[in-house]
Design a protein around this ligand. Structure first.
Ligand SMILES: *[C@@H]1O[C@H](CO)[C@@H](O)[C@H](O)[C@H]1NC(C)=O
Ligand SMILES: *[C@@H]1O[C@H](CO)[C@@H](O)[C@H](O)[C@H]1NC(C)=O
Ligand SMILES: *[C@@H]1O[C@H](CO)[C@@H](O)[C@H](O)[C@H]1NC(C)=O
Ligand SMILES: *[C@@H]1O[C@H](CO)[C@@H](O)[C@H](O)[C@H]1NC(C)=O
Ligand SMILES: *[C@@H]1O[C@H](CO)[C@@H](O)[C@H](O)[C@H]1NC(C)=O
Length: 262
């Protein structure tokens, strides 16, 4: 009887504590004091793998509550090569042809015209979804037109920017960021956390972006993390802890005389 009574008290206390922690996290999220996970995506406009990641992993996660824990930077450059002629004019060469360079340019330009990070990410996801090989200049322009309007942007501004030295300078800026991160960039897309070039983390993010973000949020984690598979990368520590807990809990239960019976 007393044991059940005590258990009841313990359970109420535990539930109360969890609720308090949840409230704390809601509070801190609203007050923007939550520690955000820095995410940088290096990609290029006509890469099918980048498209898959941005459309099927990044976009749904950003549309959910987890977005409040993410500080995102999108770098539309990928494996582009850049050369300068004797006038100092830059020329770009892209993996999937000149249309890809143009698509990168459009996205680089859009960043400067869209203030909101969330709207910019929506624009990029919309654009990546709309363009695909075999691409044409016309397809790239039509996609810009279709995606600019929901972002509150006039597509003509994008086209003018992409046709100008201003746009080229924006793209060079992203090229420099990519070079500083990795020269050459090995994979497209590369998803970097806290600015670190870690292939395992990047691949994990491509498989489950929400899971990888959740694994980087310190507990207590937001409710959104309950539904996603959290990849435990330093699994060795966990297994060792489990084995020790087992030994400490179970060994005292085994009677010594049984152990020495034979
Ligand atoms: C986001 O959080 C709110 C309040 O905590 C909840 O009502 C809502 O269902 C959540 N949305 C998603 C997409 O998880
Ligand atoms: C190259 O640079 C020159 C001199 O700065 C400029 O007049 C010309 O328009 C540029 N060409 C292109 C294609 O940007
Ligand atoms: C970029 O340059 C490297 C080295 O010259 C070359 O192997 C690669 O194919 C080039 N890539 C593009 C997209 O032009
Ligand atoms: C972009 O430049 C090309 C050729 O330089 C021109 O034909 C086209 O009209 C320009 N487009 C815009 C939107 O300025
Ligand atoms: C995360 O991003 C913010 C703003 O972009 C930056 O100030 C901070 O240094 C970054 N943190 C890490 C660990 O890269």
């Amino acid at each position: 009887m007393k044991v059940y009574y005590l258990l009841g008290i313990l359970m109420v206390a535990a539930v109360g504590r969890a609720a308090a922690q949840n409230e704390e996290i809601e509070d801190s999220v609203e007050n923007r004091q939550v520690k955000k996970v820095n995410v940088t995506v290096y990609y290029e406009s006509l890469c099918p793998f980048a498209r898959d990641f941005i459309v099927n992993q990044l976009r749904p996660t950003l549309r959910g509550n987890l977005s409040r824990y993410i500080n995102l930077e999108l770098i539309p450059y990928g494996k582009t090569n850049r050369t300068s002629d004797y006038n100092g004019n830059a020329t770009f060469s892209c993996q999937h042809g000149p249309e890809e360079c143009y698509g990168n340019l459009i996205q680089a330009c859009a960043r400067d015209f869209i203030d909101s990070d969330a709207l910019y990410a929506e624009f990029v996801a919309c654009y990546m979804d709309a363009v695909h090989p075999p691409a044409s200049r016309r397809l790239m322009d039509e996609a810009a037109e279709a995606c600019a309007t929901p972002a509150g942007l006039a597509a003509s501004r994008l086209r003018t920017c992409a046709n100008n030295t201003f746009g080229v300078e924006r793209l060079i800026h992203y090229g420099r960021l990519t070079d500083a991160f990795a020269t050459p960039l090995r994979r497209v897309p590369t998803v970097a956390f806290e600015g670190v070039d870690d292939e395992a983390a990047s691949e994990a993010a491509r498989a489950s972006f929400a899971g990888e973000v959740c694994s980087r949020i310190e507990p207590p984690r937001p409710a959104e993390c309950e539904d996603v598979k959290i990849v435990q990368r330093n699994g060795g520590v966990t297994v060792r802890t489990a084995v020790w807990s087992f030994l400490w809990l179970v060994l005292p239960l085994i009677r010594a005389d049984r152990l020495f019976m034979w």
